[in-house]
Design a protein. Structure first.
Length: 309
């Protein structure tokens, strides 16, 4: 779905979308594709490249705000479709921070010895919660999935530090007002867009820049390294201007920052794992590199992870 396609739907322009966000295209899943279908493709690829077998996975964590059903979790559906006989599976509802929170959960379980091999997937069908009459939001998002397998190591590689924070007082800046138990959609409900994503973009932007920059600085410090040692920054792909602000704050040049927002838009929990996979495929990640990941999303919630590849 290109910016030109959106020009036919809402009062917008390719020029506005490109200069304000960096987005040129985004991918939309077909109507009969559920979020678990997107996740399964990513999970299969992740397990294949890990060299492990399905039976080896003891925990599956799925970051999503667009599960197939309200009950059960998307993770349980993915577990069944993937056939992971020895795993427990659950979702993490942390919007765009879902993958970072998933990594943190995975690393903690591995460190305590409770689980050995953890599959973390971020998957979203954001088209299911987009208001296609609201130009403030509909041009921003896309569908997608990305996954990673984490396993214990004693060679100094892995997740070195994570930093997670949230503040529910800002919940109404980025939310779906209606359709939950606080405001159910019952008989006589008038559909006015409140059952879809509603965002105060300018306010979210300001908080995102501050908290993503602070989180990035913090996780680098906690890992005991200097920002010059960072091999690659993989930020959540919400807005190119936010990404540039993070690079500036860390005094890291943009060629050490992975950007693919132009192709996918904002895919929420899927954004970082898709970028991580593309960066690896493009040879931009080598053994021993320090990788900084940082995200921000509805909650409001934000966080970062520093990984040694
Ligand atoms: O992933 C979760 C976290 N999300 C984010 O981090 C998103 C953060 N926010 C943003 O990325 C930016 O705020 C947006 C890209 C959403 C908006 O950019 P902005 O520079 O903050 O624009 P704005 O909301 O202040 O709106 C400026 C103008 C408004 O017009 P008026 O009121 O000045 O006449 C909007 O109506 O731009 C208008 N506008 C548009 N114009 C053309 C808003 N959306 C569009 C559009 N096409 N699609």
């Amino acid at each position: 779905m290109t910016n030109a396609d959106f020009e036919k739907i809402v009062e917008t322009s390719d020029e506005w979308i490109r200069t304000r966000t960096g987005i040129k295209e985004r991918r939309f899943a077909e109507d009969d594709v559920a979020v678990s279908d997107l996740a399964v493709e990513a999970c299969k690829n992740a397990i294949k490249s890990s060299g492990l077998k399905n039976e080896d996975i003891d925990l599956l964590v799925c970051g999503t705000v667009t599960p197939d059903y309200r009950l059960p979790s998307a993770a349980c559906i993915i577990q069944e479709k993937m056939d992971l006989p020895n795993a427990v599976a659950f979702d993490i509802v942390s919007a765009c921070t879902g993958f970072i929170n998933g990594l943190s959960v995975a690393a903690s379980f591995i460190e305590t010895g409770q689980y050995k091999n953890v599959l973390v997937v971020g998957a979203e069908k954001l088209t299911s919660i987009m208001n296609f009459t609201d130009r403030n939001t509909c041009v921003l998002f896309g569908d997608g999935a990305g996954a990673a397998v984490l396993t214990g190591s004693d060679d100094g590689s892995g997740i070195l530090s994570t930093f997670l924070r949230s503040n529910g007082k800002y919940r109404e800046l980025l939310w779906i007002p209606d359709g939950g138990t606080a405001k159910p959609i019952d008989e006589g409900y008038t559909f006015d867009g409140s059952d879809k994503v509603v965002m105060n973009g300018a306010d979210v932007f300001k908080i995102a820049v501050k908290q993503m920059c602070d989180s990035a600085v913090r996780v680098v410090k906690d890992a005991g390294i200097d920002s010059e040692q960072i091999g690659l920054i993989i930020p959540h792909q919400a807005n190119i201007r936010i990404i540039e602000a993070i690079a500036k704050r860390l005094k890291v040049s943009m060629d050490k920052v992975f950007v693919n927002i132009e192709k996918y838009g904002n895919t929420s929990a899927a954004s970082i794992p898709i970028a991580l996979d593309e960066a690896y495929e493009q040879g931009r990640i080598k053994d021993g590199d320090y990788i900084l990941m940082v995200a921000f999303g509805g909650g409001l919630i934000w966080g970062s992870a520093l990984m040694r590849w």
